[in-house]
Design a protein around this ligand. Structure first.
Ligand SMILES: Cc1cc2nc3c(=O)[nH]c(=O)nc-3n(C[C@H](O)[C@H](O)[C@H](O)COP(=O)(O)OP(=O)(O)OC[C@H]3O[C@@H](n4cnc5c(N)ncnc54)[C@H](O)[C@@H]3O)c2cc1C
Length: 454
């Protein structure tokens, strides 16, 4: 172990020990004092949903902390490299519109629904700063301090130092529901029978070098001989700016909330990446070289936190979700349920009519002052496969941030006391089209049935 690694481990041990957690500080490691901060709203996770939530709350004048463990905002759609919006893009609210417009100004929207993720990092950051959000990067939410039914403070570690951020309300937008789970919330994960989640993908991009490249397969990796051997979704999307985006690695049967399993998934994904690049250079892209890969593997599905209502497959297929009176965001994407067990692009894809996401799915069962937003809200695995898309997560984030702001303004202690009619009126004022009937259904993929999924 290097000196730096040893020092970091000692400091981290000290940070945990400050809360009386284990492990005990190693000999020589002082327990760092806990730094205490106070906000109206604390948002954990600066991805799409979390940043939208923080912006929505802060621009109403509230003191908002946004805690993000990466070095930028945007989450899966920036550091994860997922540079495609897979949903209807109109009527999603002024937060989404603003980000999309800013990308347009950079010339960074490519072919309508693809974008340059590097510019998205800039757009989210500037929007958050303009709204007055306190952005805390390089900071992991590691737990909570709580009374029964109520979170008092978020426990954060940054630079190996412990921080406790108190707030009236908390929004868990970590994607995996880390905060709600730490506060004891119930959650669902994977398919009901086996707990198998949708697969993870490390995205990557090739660029055109203008001349033939020398393909190389590192020793020990299996050669891909034909398209049939590809692990995941095909052979890339030509972005139109000389680059090709690959959402093509496929790591199944791993648990993104288990440290060893997540790490193993990253390792497997990078092996696949090397194999796919070698194949792509020998076949479709002889002039292309590897440009970049996601800063972390993309997690389609982690914990789905149980809320006051669980949005179901039946709700979205049989129409009930079109009429929820407490709808605060609208989802438009097809069911996009990749096979849980088979490599390749197979799976269940089915068009659905646009439907409402009820506020009850953002309320965390058993907790008075915590909302979820984004892919970790309360829904079954099939419904999740549709509402998990980035523009929809943005809408949910805007709804959660606005709800928390209204709760602060009305001096509520329980987010269930938020007047949902007033919340919907505020969202409508902010450009969110809440009537599912006014949205367009989004279903570009070839349709296939449920049996294709297993
Ligand atoms: C490979 C892949 C391809 C996809 N393709 C598409 C597509 O083509 N189009 C589309 O619209 N959608 C697509 N999706 C879905 C979509 O990208 C995500 O579901 C959506 O971006 C999730 O947004 P979110 O804000 O809920 O979570 P995320 O964007 O994942 O944000 C969560 C944030 O929380 C941070 N975080 C996590 N834990 C902690 C913690 N403990 N402390 C502090 N910070 C924390 C993370 O670093 C991250 O920034 C894809 C997803 C994947 C994985």
């Amino acid at each position: 172990m290097t000196d730096i690694a040893r020092r970091d481990l000692l400091a981290a041990a000290g940070a945990l020990a400050a809360w009386g957690g284990s492990p005990s500080p190693a000999p020589g490691a002082a327990a760092a004092p806990v730094r205490r901060l106070e906000y109206d709203v604390v948002v954990a996770g600066g991805g799409t949903a979390g940043t939208a939530a923080a912006v929505a709350a802060a621009r109403r004048g509230h003191k908002v902390l946004l805690v993000e463990e990466a070095n930028c905002l945007g989450g899966t759609s920036t550091s994860g490299g997922v540079c495609e919006w897979f949903a209807n893009l109109e009527g999603m609210g002024d937060v989404f519109d603003r980000v999309r417009n800013d990308l347009n100004k950079h010339g960074a929207v490519l072919k309508g629904r693809f974008f340059n993720a590097e510019y998205l990092k800039i757009a989210w950051q500037l929007l958050a700063q303009e709204a007055g959000v306190t952005v805390l990067l390089h900071a992991s939410a590691v737990g909570v301090s709580a009374d029964p039914g109520r979170v008092k403070a978020l426990r954060i570690v940054s630079c190996s130092q412990p921080i406790e951020a108190e707030a009236k309300f908390f929004i868990d937008a970590t994607g995996e529901g880390d905060v709600a789970a730490a506060a004891g919330a119930e959650f669902m994960k994977g398919d009901p029978a086996h707990g198998r989640t949708l697969h993870m993908t490390l995205t990557f991009v090739l660029y055109d070098t203008g001349k033939p490249v020398q393909p190389h397969l590192p020793a020990g990796l299996e050669e891909i001989k034909s398209n049939r051997d590809l692990p995941g979704l095909g052979m890339g999307y030509v972005l139109g700016d000389g680059r090709v985006y690959f959402n093509a690695t496929k790591v199944m049967l791993h648990d993104p909330t288990d440290p060893l399993s997540l790490s193993d998934a990253e390792l497997e994904a990078r092996r696949q990446l090397a194999r796919i690049v070698h194949y792509a250079q020998r076949t479709k892209y002889p002039n292309h070289a590897l440009c970049s890969s996601g800063a972390r593997i993309g997690i389609r599905e982690g914990r789905r936190i149980v809320g006051d209502y669980v949005l179901s497959e039946d709700d979205i297929l049989k129409g009930a979700a079109r009429t929820f009176s407490d709808g605060v965001a609208v989802a438009t994407s097809q069911i996009d349920f990749h096979s849980l067990t088979r490599p390749g692009s197979g799976g269940w894809r089915q068009q659905v009519d646009p439907y409402a996401i009820p506020y009850r799915c953002l309320l965390v069962k058993g907790l008075a002052n915590v909302l979820t937003a984004g892919k970790c809200i309360s829904g079954d695995q099939v419904a999740h496969s549709s509402y998990r898309m980035t523009p929809t997560c943005c809408g949910m984030g805007q709804a959660a941030g606005t709800a928390a702001a209204i709760a602060v303004e009305a001096r509520r202690r329980d987010l269930r006391e938020v007047d949902v009619k007033a919340l919907r009126a505020e969202l409508a004022k902010a450009g969110v089209e809440l009537d599912p009937g006014k949205h367009k259904s989004f279903a570009p993929s070839r349709h296939s049935g449920r049996k294709e999924a297993d």
